[in-house]
Design a binder for this molecule. Structure first.
Ligand code: GAL
Length: 431
């Protein structure tokens, strides 16, 4: 146990040092703008794994073909925790990059502060209103203006499984929790970790929100995380999701280590773990590791969530502080909406296109299922809390920390955690 704690501290220390190394020259007043040309964009993002890197390389290459240089600034940290910190300190130091990966509610909040350039002209020229799926249009135009360019939609309530392992033990993909438990028992007896899971806070929250969806469906999910209705926080369904989160620990191996999501995906690929609950960016990663989507791994819904789409949408926003780079920013925004780019990018990244009429034939079965479900109706949408689609960043961070504490410390009770989440969720009108 102490070894785990100090390893975690070391990991955090290293990450903090890396963040500071990126931020310090800026805080020391180095003029990073010197040398910035009108046909060059610095892009800040958090994509680090093999598949994420491929997606970035693809974007950079296609942008280069339009004579705009992509200057890459990657801040490590799954789900963008580190990138958010570095971006905020850079904006305060008046050294904002020209482009940043900002997702969901953060786009709305930064637009309200006047920090984002509007992309209305690009959107009008490209007829984005007609091109985009309705659920995406609302995210990139949180007020009067279009303030983000959408890259792709990720489905998060996915249960991946290693097909060879399941076949070897005569198991079928679990569709219900009792089936999941039975499969997990067989696998554990055979010396395989049934469920790959990291104790990294955002990864715990990512699993947890899929469990909330399983307990309550999309309507309840939105009441809890988006509308933050007080009654949703005292609801027994929240208690049951917490209890399931804790109960699943017995299938995760002990101790539950703080690995990156890409390391978890690798465990599934190598067969030391059999299942993984993760967004379909893990599909991109499994493909990058050489696994075939149809043959080597299954990509079904988390038990009890097949009818719902728990999602996050990756978007790029253009910072307003750079009038000289405006044309280049617009070139990038227009580029990400091109159907061929949407098709190629999604294939590498594991997401699906944001378009109403994408090339369905170019997707694998997992992608097609995700796109078709997302396109059916807003009623089945569950905007991710963990990935900033549902609630403001302060409440999100506090909820993630609370869930992490509950997950690590068995002495923290379900009732206590439910109460604390309710306090965090309180809206101004409930105070
Ligand atoms: C999500 C993001 C994905 C992927 C993932 C892991 O928030 O939407 O594109 O990068 O984090 O870092």
């Amino acid at each position: 146990m102490p070894r785990q704690t100090s390893a975690r501290r070391d990991g955090r220390g290293k990450r903090l040092a890396a963040l500071l190394a990126l931020a310090l020259p800026l805080l020391a007043g180095a003029d990073a703008k010197a040398g910035t040309r009108a046909d060059s964009l610095q892009v800040l993002h958090w994509w680090q794994s093999a598949s994420e890197r491929r997606a970035v390389d693809l974007l950079a290459e296609r942008l280069g073909q339009q004579h705009v240089e992509w200057r890459d600034t990657m801040v490590p940290g799954g789900s963008g925790i580190g990138a958010g910190i570095v971006l905020r300190s850079r904006v305060l130091a008046k050294d904002a990059p020209e482009v940043a990966q900002l997702n969901g509610i953060v786009v709305r909040d930064w637009a309200r502060l006047g920090l984002l350039a509007d992309l209305d002209k690009v959107a009008a020229r490209g007829d984005w209103d007609r091109q985009l799926l309705p659920g995406v249009a609302a995210v990139i135009r949180p007020g009067q203006h279009v303030v983000a360019a959408p890259l792709g939609i990720h489905r998060i309530n996915i249960l991946f499984h290693n097909r060879a392992l399941f076949a070897r033990h005569g198991l079928a993909a679990p569709l219900t929790w009792p089936e999941f438990e039975r499969a997990a028992e067989v696998l554990q007896r055979a010396g395989v970790t049934p469920l790959a899971q990291s104790s990294e806070p955002w990864q715990v929250a990512t699993l947890f929100e899929a469990l909330v969806l399983a307990e309550g469906g999309a309507g309840y999910f939105r009441q809890l995380f988006q509308q933050r209705e007080p009654a949703a926080f005292t609801d027994p369904r929240l208690g049951r999701a917490l209890a399931r989160l804790r109960a699943l620990k017995k299938w995760m191996g002990s101790p539950v280590r703080e690995l990156t999501w890409a390391e978890e995906a690798r465990k599934l690929a190598e067969g030391s773990a059999a299942m993984l609950v993760m967004g379909d960016w893990a599909k991109g990663e499994l493909n990058a590791l050489g696994l075939n989507s149809e043959r080597d791994f299954g990509c079904g819904a988390v038990p009890g969530t097949a009818a719902f789409h728990l999602y996050t949408i990756d978007t790029l926003s253009m910072l307003a502080a750079h009038p000289a780079q405006r044309a280049a920013q617009e070139t990038l925004a227009a580029m990400v909406m091109q159907p061929a780019l949407q098709r190629d990018y999604s294939r590498v990244k594991g997401s699906v296109p944001v378009l109403r009429e994408p090339d369905l034939g170019a997707m694998d079965a997992c992608g097609r299922a995700s796109w078709k479900l997302f396109a059916t109706s807003a009623a089945i949408h569950a905007p991710s809390m963990a990935h900033r689609m549902a609630t403001d960043e302060t409440a999100r961070d506090a909820m993630v920390a609370e869930l992490h504490r509950f997950f690590l410390n068995e002495r923290v009770s379900v009732a206590d955690t439910q109460h604390r989440l309710g306090v965090i969720g309180r809206r101004p009108q409930d105070r």
